[in-house]
Design a protein around this ligand. Sequence first.
Ligand code: SF4
Ligand code: SF4
Length: 184
Amino acid sequence: MQALTNRAKSVDRRPMSMWERMYLPSIVKGMGITFSHMFTKNPTIHYPEQTRSFSQVFRGLHVLNRDEEGRERCTACGLCAVACPAEAITMEGAERQEGEEHLYREEKYAAKYEINMLRCIFCGLCEEACPKDAIYLSETFAPAHYDRKGFVYGKDNLLIPNPLTDKEGYDKAAGGRVRVAEKV
Ligand code: SF4
Ligand code: SF4
């Protein structure tokens, strides 16, 4: 029969020799492997005191972005929800009222924006789909919760702090990924 890959190994079905039936070589070999690991660097990381460094392309928790004037960028167009293969995003749009120009960048904004982190596969397609640079996946990963509701993140969890009133919180939430520079 033709093999699909070249990874198949033929099984040695010859009867074991006397030496092999004593299992001593195998035990010595196994102990050798065990002892060799005693002198290698311990890969365990003592989280949360220690954190590992992630790859540049690591995709963690979502952040709803603001512009440099602290206004919410999201215009509730729904493209991120349409692009999401896990149907993890729900939102409700609202019209910006007079006097709210300092809160919302566009005439329409997301009054409610939720991501179910239990459904999310952190693919980043919502970030790719967004025409307003309003959502991106940060370097932070989702903390643990005791119930399922805790994994449904609303605007209170997702919205980045206002850079005008909380620069430190904004920089911390933004990490190295935030893209404040205008592209729209
Ligand atoms: S990262 Fe992927 S799965 Fe998660 S909300 Fe965005 S599009 Fe959906
Ligand atoms: S995050 Fe972006 S794609 Fe999603 S609704 Fe807001 S503006 Fe549209």
